[in-house]
Design a binder for this molecule. Structure first.
Ligand code: SF4
Length: 55
């Protein structure tokens, strides 16, 4: 997907449908970030829960 980049949300996950494509930004107005851990301690514990696999 190629849309208008949101310069407030940097992202390098090019496999996501909402990635801007040309630059490392998300195209959504808002994203949700969460965790898959009970007690997150490092950056790897956090997830973008707005991720959707690009078709
Ligand atoms: S929804 Fe999340 S993973 Fe997808 S482009 Fe936006 S910030 Fe990146």
């Amino acid at each position: 997907m190629s849309g208008t980049e949101n310069q407030s949300i940097g992202c390098t996950v090019q496999q996501c449908q909402y990635h801007s494509g040309q630059s490392n930004y998300c195209t959504l107005d808002k994203i949700n970030v969460g965790t898959h851990e009970q007690n997150p301690t490092v950056v790897e514990c956090t997830d973008c829960q707005s991720f959707k696999l690009k078709m």
